[in-house]
Ligand binder design. Structure first.
Ligand code: GDP
Ligand code: IMO
Ligand code: MG
Length: 441
């Protein structure tokens, strides 16, 4: 067999959250996208809410990759995503009405579908957990109620789970729904008050309509991504959720149901992880989370309130107030480690203007012992008391800064402290929601 010269090889850059989500991934992906041929979502579903601000327009993407705003860039929803078709189709409508061409959207036929019963199952789990009274045992996860956990559970369960490609094949869809109804009528429906039960007849018309609407976008994204890479084209991976919500490596069980670190990229796309050469870890200058679960540096006081107000920290997906607090560098360093972050983009630095002092957590005390390790299970994390270094604050408004030298000395010291502690360079600093409010260092 003749030896063929090696073909050009494209590379993957990944943008991932280093905290509990909402770090500003959407903004950074939108900013980086023009340098890539495709932006690909590989994990999660409509639990994500990625905001992109362009001038006076704000787009909230839950399923659509944030690269969609850039003509010529493919927006790919890969097989690892769980897709709620009404949410995706609604989002496409909003984008179209705003004049965005959405023809570059590609959706994997193998991505799993979030069905109406998954939303009911998500809510039921939360209600059951809320009804339990054993301290620390029965706390609801505080999910986004987008059906994420039940959809991934059905994917693993393999009985009547529906993939996006099935929606375009009436006979196959009918058979899958028959199985799904069989299982849901034995397991879920009896737990719901006055539920009439699930039927193929009730579910089929919506399923077929979704299939028809999505048909122009359906492809085998695994081959698509490999073809792009083989042609020397570069891909931007858009992580959803955040490292500390990763189902395997986050603060279990207060996590989401997918690998939200870069570790999810291979399984979620079918592209080997060695193709990922650059990992941009997005990190807020402070920290927030929505939903339940321990979070050592949370400030349930005027400092937390001030951060929430200045950072407009209310969930993009659910509108819930985010739980705000100081930056937790024990957690960020752990997140950078498991992601192999090659650089950090520090976001929302503008929000910290006006604090006299900026505490940063650099260790925990757990059961009287000092540790620099993040314990990725909720029980141990709940016992962690943060040990802070106090850095001097800065009073100046930094939202108009366009270069490193525009930043006040104490803001620069804050950034330098973070990169030295995490041992990953901060290459980008975001000082406002707009594309342009970004400093490349
Ligand atoms: P994502 O889920 O990681 O994409 O983040 P979200 O979009 O859910 O939340 C980040 C929020 O902060 C959004 O409202 C952004 O518009 C906004 N944002 C992003 N970067 C900055 C920044 O540097 N400063 C300020 N003030 N807001 C920012
Ligand atoms: P983006 O991509 C913030 C949180 C939920 C809850 C837990 C499990 O915008 O950063 P789920 O609905 O996934 O079963 O909820 O995970 N969560 C997020 N928090 N940003 C997100 O996404 C999140 N995705 C999930 O609040 O605590
Ligand atoms: Mg978000």
């Amino acid at each position: 067999m003749p030896v063929t010269p090696s073909s050009p090889s494209g590379r993957v850059t990944a943008v991932v959250g280093l905290q509990w989500g909402d770090e500003g991934k959407g903004k950074l992906v939108d900013r980086l996208a023009p340098g890539f041929d495709a932006v690909v979502r590989y994990n999660g579903g409509a639990n994500a809410g990625h905001s992109v601000v362009v001038g006076d327009k704000r787009f909230s993407m839950h399923l659509t990759p944030s690269g969609i705003l850039h003509p010529g860039v493919l927006a790919v929803i890969a097989s690892g995503v769980v897709v709620h078709p009404p949410t995706l189709l609604g989002e496409l409508d909003v984008l179209r009405r705003a004049g965005v061409d959405v023809s570059a959207l590609r959706v994997s036929t193998r991505a799993h579908v979030v069905m109406p019963y998954h939303l009911e199952q998500d809510a039921l789990r939360e209600r059951i957990l809320a009804g339990q009274t054993n301290a620390g045992e029965g706390e609801p996860i505080g999910t986004t109620r987008r059906g994420i956990g039940p959809a991934y559970a059905d994917r693993a369960h393999r009985a009547g789970a529906i993939r996006v490609g099935d929606l375009a094949d009436e006979n196959l869809l009918r058979e899958k729904l028959r199985l799904a109804c069989l299982f849901k009528n034995r397991t879920l429906a009896p737990s719901l008050d006055h539920h009439p039960g699930y039927s193929v007849e009730a579910l089929l018309p919506d399923g077929l309509a979704w299939g028809a609407a999505l048909r122009p976008h359906l492809v085998d994204t695994t081959y698509l991504l490999h073809e792009l890479l083989d042609q020397g084209r570069n891909i931007l991976a858009e992580g959803a959720n955040g490292a500390l919500l990763d189902v395997d490596h986050g603060g279990y069980p207060f996590v989401t149901s997918s690998n939200s670190t870069v570790l999810g990229f291979g399984p979620g796309t079918g592209v080997p992880e060695r193709r990922v050469e650059r990992v941009v870890g997005i990190c807020k200058a402070y920290s927030t989370r929505v939903g339940s679960g321990p979070r050592p540096t949370e400030q349930t006081n005027e400092h937390g309130d001030r951060i929430r107000e200045r950072g407009r920290e209310f969930g993009t997906t659910t509108g819930r107030p985010r739980r705000c607090g100081w930056i937790d560098l024990v957690a960020v360093r752990y997140a950078a480690m498991i992601n192999g972050a090659t650089e950090i983009a520090l976001t929302l630095l503008d929000v910290l203007a006006g604090f006299d002092e900026l505490p940063v957590a650099t260790a925990y005390e757990i059961d009287g012992q000092t540790t620099h390790r993040f314990p990725p299970d909720a029980g141990a994390l709940a016992k962690a008391r943060p040990i802070y270094d106090a850095l001097p604050g800065f009073a100046e408004d930094v939202s108009r800064a366009t270069s490193w030298n525009d930043l006040p000395d104490n803001a620069r010291r804050y950034v330098e402290f973070i990169e030295n502690f995490v041992n990953v360079p901060v290459r980008t600093i975001s000082v406002g929601p707009d594309r342009n409010q970004t400093i490349d260092r």
